[in-house]
Every structure is written in C-alpha cells, then in structure tokens.
Ligand binder design. Structure first.
Ligand code: CO
Ligand code: ZN
Length: 326
C-alpha cells in the first residue's frame, strides 16, 4: 500500500494539483505511448490502440480550505474548497501546500453542531497577523492533515476520494498489457469544485465512451442511510447519481465485463452526489458515460475508510474494461 499512502498523503487540493501530478506521472510514465498535461492541468496518459476511443477518468484533486482573511491576533478565516462538511472539519488538523500546519476551531459562543464557516477559524499558532503572514498568505490552500492507517483489511486516510480511484487506474494501466481500444487514462483536476477538468479533457479527447472511477457512499454503518453498497463486496457499477444516468450501452458493457471476469460487484443507484461522468457525458455532442465506484465510508472527512479487497478488485475490473472492445 506504499503507492496509495504516497498518493493520499500528498497535499493537492483543487486547483493546486502539480504535486500529485508529479507523483502519478512518475508512476505511470513507462506504460504510456504519450503522456501530457492539458491546459487546465489534467494529466493524460495515452495508450494507442486501433479500436474505439475509451476515456477513463479519476480525479486527482481533493477537497480543502483557502485562507480569506487573517485577524490582528493571527487567526485565519477561510472558505471551503469543495464539499467540506462543517461538523467534520471542526477540530481537524490541516496542512497547507507549503507544509505549514493548523487546526480548525469555532467561536465558542456558537453551537458547534450548527455553526457556519463564518464562525470558524484556523489556528496556526501565530501570535499576530504579522507572525501569521510569515507562514501563510491570503489565497493559500490547505487540506486535511495526512494520517494514513491500516487496520485489518481496512484503510483509513484523507483523500481516498479520489486517490483510491487514481491508484486503481494506475494499476489497471500497468497490468493491462494488451488493449484493443485507443485508451486515454485521465487524472483530472478540479472535480471537487464542479468537475471542471473532466469537461475540458473530454472535449479535447472526444472519446467514444468514458468511464469515471471514483468513490461512493455505503450504507453499512449503524443506522446509516439506506444505500445498497457495503465495504468488501466489490466495486460498484453506478446506475445513477444527481449528475448523470449511465448510458445503456455503457451499463451493458460494464455488467458483461463484471460477469465475464468473475470479480464481485455491486449495483449503486444514488439520489445524491456527482462524479466526472456528470460533466463528461454532456460534453460536445454527448458522450456515453458510466462510473465505477469504490465503496467508501465517511466520504469528505479527514478519515475516509475503504476495504483493500475492493481497491484491488476495482483495479482488476478497470483492467478488464481496458481489455474489452468498447
Ligand atoms: Co469528493
Ligand atoms: Zn470524488
């Protein structure tokens, strides 16, 4: 799990993906016929093939925090980058892209369960505004602090959304020696702020089919929402979320690939959430799209949890899709 640890520990929020791009490029370089970053920063790995164009997308950005204002005492007011949950972020430690560390707290006269971001602040241990400005600037970004851990088959870390998807896509590209398809593995930027990178990458590549690899919520914890997914039962074929409905052609392709491969899989139909497929399928004249999900607990918290077996099976499943004529 060394590569996954390296990927998740990297501090690379939306719009600041150069650090994670460097790690992924180095890892995947050998298995691409060409590799480049496009204008917005998407890392595109092309494996040439004579068949149809298959685009696979995993987003490499993560949710984070941006410095908006520093008060006279050195406390920092911030805004969220992407879907930070207020109650999750209180008391979390964070790390800036320049390595500085901080902790999130709130104005103690407020009720912590309903407090807004405007009543929260970052404490970097500064004694004054001047002292704080020696370490962070207005507009600097941070993410949850890195905290990778393994317990049994489970892995806990920040940013498994979607570095787990990046891991699966990297391993699938490395292990798929042959492919009948013209494959583009895309590590997208800015998914967490509205699937921005996926949109421009899809326009550039104009694939025949696109499949996003991302994480999805499970319903296997005490009194959780009634969701069909559980940890450890395999990757999920996502039929729907709030951003897209799987194209019938892609649904059949994924179901057949899953059945042929014998890899355990689950079916997901969600009423909320969104992935890169939401942006990709509406690009140009429309692109048949689907999403494969890694079941994940506590998404968008500082400690997301996945099962190792789901991670390995997702990589195997994506490898199978790469080898299947689309
Ligand atoms: Co996310
Ligand atoms: Zn995601």
């Amino acid at each position: 799990m060394k590569l996954l640890e390296k990927l998740t520990m990297c501090i690379s929020p939306s719009g600041r993906e150069s650090a994670i791009t460097d790690i992924i490029r180095e890892e995947i370089l050998d298995v691409c016929d060409e590799i480049f970053t496009d204008t917005l920063g998407n890392l595109i790995c092309h494996r040439k093939g004579s068949g149809k164009k298959l685009m696979l997308a995993a987003h490499m950005d993560e949710i984070g925090f941006m410095v908006n204002y520093i008060d006279e005492n050195g406390f920092i007011r911030f805004s969220p980058i992407g879907g930070i949950l207020k109650y999750n972020s209180i008391n979390s430690t964070i790390e800036f892209t320049n390595g500085e560390k901080g902790k999130i707290s709130y104005e103690n006269k407020e009720n912590p369960s309903s407090v807004g971001f405007d009543k929260m602040y970052i404490d970097i241990g500064a004694s004054s505004k001047e002292d704080a400005l020696k370490r962070v600037q207005i507009g600097d970004m941070a993410t949850y602090g890195s905290n990778f851990a393994q317990t049994g088959d489970k892995i806990m870390s920040k940013a498994l959304d979607d570095r787990a998807g990046c891991w699966a896509l990297i391993r699938a590209m490395q292990n798929a020696k042959e492919t009948p398809n013209d494959v583009y593995a895309v590590f997208t930027v800015q998914e967490e702020v509205g699937c921005r990178g996926a949109k421009t990458a899809a326009a550039l590549i104009n694939p025949d089919i696109a499949i996003a690899v991302d994480v999805s919520n499970v319903g296997d914890t005490p009194k959780s929402l009634e969701l069909n997914l559980s940890l450890g039962k395999g990757p999920a074929i996502k039929i729907k979320d709030a951003s897209f409905i799987i194209h019938e052609k892609v649904k059949n392709l994924l179901l057949n690939a899953a059945k042929e491969s014998g890899i355990p899989y689950q079916i997901e139909a969600a009423s909320f959430g969104g992935t890169d497929s939401g942006a990709i399928h509406l690009t140009g004249g429309g692109i048949p799209s689907g999403t494969v999900s890694i079941p994940t607990r506590y998404i968008h918290s500082a400690n997301e949890v996945i099962d190792k077996n789901d991670l390995f099976n997702t990589a195997l499943f994506i490898e199978k899709v790469i080898k299947t004529p689309v």
